[in-house]
Design a protein around this ligand. Structure first.
Ligand code: C2E
Ligand code: MG
Ligand code: MG
Ligand code: MG
Length: 287
């Protein structure tokens, strides 16, 4: 068992083990307080269609404004949250905040959909969809179609029947689902065909090196080919340069998200970004 833990290997009688568990528990308690104390916030990263230049949506990405450590990205706190009940608490907070932001943007005339990332344990909770409906009911002015879910490929594959059921029930509510980090989860094509997901997000690790690594290029090409054959829309993550954008467009993937288009930003910066994006013509005629 200890061996299977890979990089986090510790041995059964390692005196550091107990200490490590205590540290993790303290970190979890601290994170629970961060939710209660409203120390979390959402940044938003635009998703665009490089053929028309249209902004198709925004991905909500959580940040922790830590009073001592400054602004923390998810990589610094999600590892202690994932797989615990805190993942569901975080998810509920994120959905709620995204709905409240959608409502505020709607009043300001911004009608873009927002995608939220949902942890595996949260998605697979028996009452996930019921809770989602309850949260939506608090924002009757926000159409469910404006909220989207991003589910990790690995989560969908972990318990395929439960994932299928949750995704189907969300779809019935009008909520679209994307499969995130696609290519990293070793899904069987058979399962993928069964999953009624509305968008396949090609993982950024393959996109990043596709121009210099023939293997990564082969994966990107294969995912695009397969998504097309299954008739599924796709989006490339981690598009950092115009060269990446051109190569992806050449392969038939026109939806993109990445630093080359925009970094994740606090919501108050979005109106200014939306006003300047049409000036970036070279990104918008790649179709
Ligand atoms: P993800 O959902 O695949 O989100 C994309 C990540 O890539 C984000 O990192 C984003 O800032 C980053 N990114 C976007 N464009 C580029 C680019 O061009 N280059 C590079 N190098 N990176 C880019 P972030 O915000 O640090 O989030 C990391 C991961 O944490 C997310 O990956 C997602 O799996 C998870 N996450 C973020 N927010 C939430 C949340 O609210 N709930 C849950 N459960 N997970 C979240
Ligand atoms: Mg995501
Ligand atoms: Mg991703
Ligand atoms: Mg990721």
């Amino acid at each position: 068992r200890a061996k299977q833990r890979g990089r986090n290997t510790y041995h059964r009688f390692d005196p550091g083990h107990d200490r490590q568990l205590q540290v993790r528990q303290a970190q979890r308690e601290r994170f629970a307080r961060a939710i209660d104390n409203d120390e979390l916030c959402l940044y938003y990263q635009p998703q665009v269609d490089m053929g028309s230049g249209r902004v198709t949506g925004l991905e909500a990405l959580v940040r922790w404004q830590h009073p001592e450590r400054g602004l923390l990205a998810p990589g610094e706190f999600l590892p202690v949250v994932e797989g615990t009940p805190l993942a569901a608490s975080l998810g509920e907070w994120v959905i709620q905040r995204a709905l409240s932001q959608l409502s505020a943007w709607q009043e300001a005339g911004i009608e873009l959909p927002v995608s939220v990332n949902i942890s595996p344990v949260h998605l697979l909770q028996a009452d996930f969809v019921v809770r989602l409906e309850q949260l939506l009911a608090h924002y009757p002015q926000v159409a469910p179609q404006r909220l989207k879910l991003e589910v990790l490929e690995s989560a969908a594959m972990h318990d395929i029947q439960a994932a299928l059921e949750a995704i189907h029930r969300c779809k019935a509510l009008g909520i679209a689902t994307a499969i995130d980090d696609f290519g990293t989860g070793f899904s069987s094509l058979t399962y993928l065909r069964q999953l009624p997901v509305d968008l396949i997000k090609i993982d950024q690790s393959f996109v990043r090196d596709m121009l210099v690594d023939a293997n990564d290029m082969a994966i990107v090409e294969s995912v695009i080919y397969m998504a097309k054959r299954f008739g599924r829309p796709m989006l490339a993550e981690g598009v950092e340069t115009l060269e990446h954008a051109r190569a992806l467009a050449g392969l038939g993937c026109l939806q993109a998200q990445g630093y080359g288009i925009a970094r994740p930003m606090p919501p108050e910066q979005l109106p200014t970004w939306l006003a300047t994006w049409p000036g970036r013509g070279e990104w918008q005629r790649l179709g």
